[in-house]
Write a new protein. Structure first.
Length: 246
């Protein structure tokens, strides 16, 4: 049985202030929670699950993690989704490694990415390409917000995401190529990935900030064949990574 205080507590985690304060966040859905308990049981605090969810989990329902059975109407009070997906887990924030670019292959730098859906998809795309190091500006979407978590489809547990002053971060880089994605850059078809290196992806509407452009030493663009004005930030990231890592 779930208590009123637990409902109120989980609802508070919709806000970054409380997530940071408590050091935990929410993961939802059978697929996401299954992956969570399979690979990161030590991070799982408690699972709330409907009777139908229990049937779907079957023998895979963890014995060493507290599981609370809730009804559909109770899960709706907890869920951040328009349509709750039978299970919700309260999870400790993972402690991300502080990898240096020299040890990380390609480091992705995100400058003021605002849309949570873009952020989650970028993390998922990095996971696909084996990139495990993302450095974000402080005003980039929070990796633990419900929409980012859901869009990442579990990749937040495999990709290290941290937030830093990007000007200071880039200033510390030595002898490492820094690519900036910009409409006026050289075609990606003419670029060859150097190992290690960094790629800066800028804000959805404003692009890479002027200060970071001044610090980049390589400028890269995606050839335009049609009439579209721009590309979605997550889509552009995927296209560039597929080329740079080829």
């Amino acid at each position: 049985m779930i208590t009123k205080s637990e409902i109120k507590y989980i609802q508070s985690l919709a806000h970054k202030k409380f997530r940071d304060q408590e050091g935990c966040f929410v993961v939802e859905g059978i697929k996401m929670v299954t992956e969570l308990i399979a690979h990161f049981p030590h991070l799982t605090i408690k699972i709330f699950i409907t009777p139908d969810g229990i049937i779907q989990f079957g023998k895979n329902l963890p014995k060493n993690i507290t599981c609370v059975e809730v009804q559909e109407h109770e899960l709706m009070k907890l869920s951040f989704l328009a349509t709750p997906q039978q299970t919700l887990a309260l999870v400790k924030m993972p402690q991300f490694e502080q990898k240096e670019p020299s040890a990380a292959g390609l480091t992705l730098i995100l400058d003021q990415i605002q849309d949570p859906g873009n952020m989650g998809t970028i993390i998922r795309t990095c996971d696909w390409f084996g990139i495990t190091n993302i450095v974000c500006s402080p005003d980039t979407a929070d990796v633990f917000s419900p929409k980012v978590v859901q869009s990442s489809m579990g990749s937040i547990f495999r990709v290290d995401v941290r937030y830093e002053d990007l000007d200071q971060y880039v200033d510390k880089l030595q002898n490492i190529p820094v690519y900036a994605a910009t409409l006026k850059g050289e075609s990606m078809l003419d670029q060859k990935f150097e190992h290690p290196s960094c790629l800066i992806i800028g804000n959805e509407s404003k692009g890479v900030s002027a200060s970071l452009l001044n610090k980049a030493n390589k400028f890269i663009s995606i050839p335009k064949l049609g009439e579209a004005e721009s590309l979605n930030a997550a889509v552009a990231t995927g296209i560039l990574l597929s080329r740079l890592l080829n």
